[in-house]
Design a protein around this ligand. Structure first.
Ligand SMILES: C[S@@+](CC[C@H](N)C(=O)[O-])C[C@H]1O[C@@H](n2cnc3c(N)ncnc32)[C@H](O)[C@@H]1O
Length: 191
């Protein structure tokens, strides 16, 4: 079978209840992250910021923070449930949600200054995604891939804090590490 990692994720994220849980519980990115990405883009690119494409957008958690920097944000996700829930939420008017894959972006060649993927690229067919991102990006446009791991200050306990951290890291990066896909490991280790 052809390498279609998005097929599996479409099923994983397809439930509307799952998407609603996302809308309720998914953390928003820290403002500093969005500002850092835009600052980096401005170091590379001096023109006006017409279009940001946020792929694997979920319900738009990391799409809407870009809205005031760009003329338009195109937020896309392979899961129609995520997009359905996103469209039911209140977002800035210049954010448009579309149901499509990161490997096939509905934007014209050279039209985009920023392609962003937050905690999503580990699901993609990366060679196909990079080729597509390259197509839509303008000269000196930027791809931003971000993700999060475990914070080192989760537990506040007078005596057991270190022990609890070690146990959590052991479970997350040790025992559970048999489950992430190879792409997940690649995103963690390379980017
Ligand atoms: C972990 S969620 C991240 C959502 C959001 N970006 C955030 O930071 O909260 C990953 C999202 O990627 C989407 N996804 C997975 N594979 C995809 C693909 N190939 N193309 C587009 N979206 C994809 C899933 O449907 C899911 O909504």
């Amino acid at each position: 079978m052809k390498n279609c990692s998005w097929m599996a994720t479409e099923r994983f994220f397809e439930g509307v209840q799952h998407a609603k849980n996302y809308a309720t519980f998914r953390p928003r990115p820290p403002e500093q992250l969005t500002e850092r990405i835009v600052a980096y883009l401005k170091e590379k690119y001096e023109g006006q910021l017409d279009l940001c494409v946020d792929v694997g957008c979920g319900n738009g958690q990391c799409s809407t923070p870009f809205a005031h920097h760009f003329h338009k944000v195109l937020a896309t996700d392979v899961s129609s449930a995520q997009i359905q829930v996103a469209n039911a939420l209140v977002h800035p008017v210049n954010v448009e949600f579309r149901n499509c894959t990161a490997e096939s972006i509905p934007a014209t060649a050279g039209s985009t200054q920023l392609v962003n993927a937050s905690t999503a690229a580990h699901w993609f067919d990366l060679p196909a995604f990079f080729q597509e991102a390259n197509r839509v990006l303008c000269s000196n446009g930027v791809i931003a891939l971000s993700s999060y791991g475990l914070a080192s200050h989760v537990f506040i306990h007078p005596a057991k804090s270190t022990e609890l951290h070690q146990a959590l890291f052991h479970v997350f990066y040790g025992e559970l590490n048999v489950f992430p896909s190879q792409t997940n490991n690649k995103v963690w280790n390379i980017f």
